[in-house]
Write a protein that binds this ligand. Structure first.
Ligand SMILES: NC(=O)c1ccc[n+]([C@@H]2O[C@H](COP(=O)([O-])OP(=O)(O)OC[C@H]3O[C@@H](n4cnc5c(N)ncnc54)[C@H](OP(=O)(O)O)[C@@H]3O)[C@@H](O)[C@H]2O)c1
Length: 287
């Protein structure tokens, strides 16, 4: 039963493929796709079907999706183009009679009113109208959104943000990958919308305190107005339009936008999600 993964050349997709292999899915049943397939040579060497598929190329998408029983559509990365790219995959899945399409959406997609959510909400509408059996993996924030910036936090002694006292249900990418593997390899998920997040939501002040405690360095959270945080992200080299979108999301997180108490992630994976403490420890070790 071939499983097709879009975005397999990216961080989340790579983890999904690795975890499918670890779960015993035969390599030949995994179709790993993306544009930069040079990154997947090691997977091809292990027998995974690696295919260069640009989501802007409907014929290539149709050819790849036509061979798959289940598809994981990992949301693409270009906010201006990705709804059309997702539509291409959904159309191909409908034409092929795909058994299940899993889509990585955003947590609380039903209620969010931020720009970051718009493409996910549009894609969810396309899925609802498509007739394709689908499951929504509504992911909260990745731990890595913070831990990748650890060197800057330590150098500056501060974590800037606009999330106030909002609790953020972040989890490791590997946890979200495990949830995707669960819906791809077990039955009964069609029609479900899973609100996925860590088991122990934290504030950014708690994140700063954890980094400070584990590193022995002074790190504090500095809450900024939304516009000030967007400028700080620009000053650190984040290209437009992302600073405004990230700052808007952070400001919404102050009111619970990235929080979920659903327990769906650990229920799907059968184990607790990675803790903040473990994520910080791993990031400090990897420096
Ligand atoms: N929840 C969160 O905290 C969070 C944070 C960041 C992003 N996200 C979302 O989650 C997705 C996965 O996260 P990630 O960390 O794995 O992101 P990533 O490493 O940037 O991977 C993005 C993937 O999308 C693929 N892609 C983009 N445009 C494509 C196109 N036109 N045709 C084919 N493939 C295309 C890329 O393939 P190539 O490299 O081969 O082009 C890559 O494999 C992101 O794309 C984004 O939508 C979520």
């Amino acid at each position: 039963m071939p499983l097709l993964i879009t975005g397999a050349t990216g961080h989340l997709g790579r983890l999904v493929v690795e975890q499918l292999l670890a779960a015993g899915v035969p390599a030949g049943d995994i179709i790993a796709t993306g544009r930069a397939t040079d990154k997947l040579k090691d997977l091809a060497d292990r027998g995974v079907q690696v295919r260069a598929v640009d989501l802007d190329d409907p014929a290539a998408v149709r050819a790849a999706v036509g061979d798959a029983d289940r598809v994981l559509l990992i949301s693409a990365s270009d906010p201006g183009a990705r709804v059309g790219q997702h539509r291409t995959v959904i159309d191909a899945a409908r034409a092929a009679g795909t058994g299940l399409l899993a889509y990585t959406s955003i947590v609380n997609a039903d209620t969010l009113t931020i720009r970051l959510a718009e493409d996910h909400q549009a894609t969810e509408r396309l899925l609802r109208d498509s007739g394709v059996p689908y499951v929504l993996l509504r992911n909260s924030w990745y731990h890595e959104n913070y831990t990748d910036r650890l060197p800057a936090f330590l150098a500056q002694g501060k974590i800037p943000g606009s999330a106030g006292d909002g609790r953020i249900s972040a989890a490791a990418r590997a946890d979200y990958a495990a949830a995707a593997v669960a819906v791809l390899t077990t039955d009964g998920h069609a029609g479900q919308a899973y609100e996925l997040g860590g088991d122990d939501p934290f504030t950014l002040a708690e994140l700063a305190a954890e980094i400070a405690a584990q590193s022995g360095r002074e790190v504090r959270y500095v809450d900024l107005p939304e516009a000030g945080y967007a400028q700080a992200l620009r000053d650190h080299g984040m290209p437009d339009p992302y600073p405004a979108m990230v700052a808007e999301t952070d400001a919404a997180a102050a009111h619970g936008a990235l929080h979920t108490g659903s327990g769906h992630l650990s229920a799907l994976t059968g184990r607790p999600a990675t803790t903040l403490s473990a994520a910080v420890a791993a990031a400090l070790r990897a420096r």
